[in-house]
Design a protein around this ligand. Structure first.
Ligand SMILES: C[S@@+](CC[C@H](N)C(=O)[O-])C[C@H]1O[C@@H](n2cnc3c(N)ncnc32)[C@H](O)[C@@H]1O
Length: 158
């Protein structure tokens, strides 16, 4: 981590101060709403959006999730993920990469979000974990992988 920080400017953003306090690169923390980001157009080579989601992929560790989430919450979370990605897309340089991840496997939050983004933005999907999988995105289904449910897509902006 130290090596990356020495060679790159890393900016971390969250709307909750407590979450930002966990970030080690103290100089570049932004407290605010990422759906209204303060960043200039085409500022970043790479953006990681570890998006707020239903967390259904980690229900084995947090079984209480089933009492807190309703079916309609999943599509609403998908909507807000699309909004976040679209808004932050402008801050990404052409040719840069956006990594979108969620601890969910629901289509409304994963592949559906990518398809909706495709309607307005131009990108290609790159394998996010080429040393592990040979797919254009990573989708862990617990009954197949034995791991938590998780989704990662890496988008190269055209
Ligand atoms: C899946 S968690 C990210 C966890 C983080 N990557 C980590 O490893 O601790 C999603 C985060 O998004 C934040 N968040 C939700 N909506 C947001 C918004 N509109 N703007 C900025 N942050 C937001 C939440 O506070 C939460 O910390």
């Amino acid at each position: 981590m130290k090596d990356i920080a020495a060679h790159a400017l890393i900016v971390s953003m969250d709307r909750e101060a407590k979450r930002l306090e966990l970030v080690r690169n103290e100089g570049n923390r932004v407290l605010g709403d990422a759906s209204r980001p303060p960043f200039r157009e085409e500022s970043f080579d790479a953006i990681l959006v570890d998006a707020p989601c239903s967390s259904l992929g980690i229900i084995r560790k947090h079984p209480e999730i089933k009492w807190h989430k309703r079916e309609k919450d999943i599509s609403a979370l998908g909507d807000s993920q699309v909004k976040l990605l679209k808004t932050l897309w402008g801050a990404l340089k052409t040719g840069g990469r956006m990594v979108y991840s969620v601890c969910s496997f629901e289509p409304e939050e994963t592949t559906g979000v990518i398809e909706r983004l495709r309607r307005s933005e131009k990108f290609t999907l790159e394998n996010p974990l080429p040393f592990l999988f040979n797919k254009e995105y990573f989708l862990s289904l617990p009954h197949e992988t034995g791991m938590d449910g998780f989704f990662i897509a890496k988008l190269r902006k055209l």
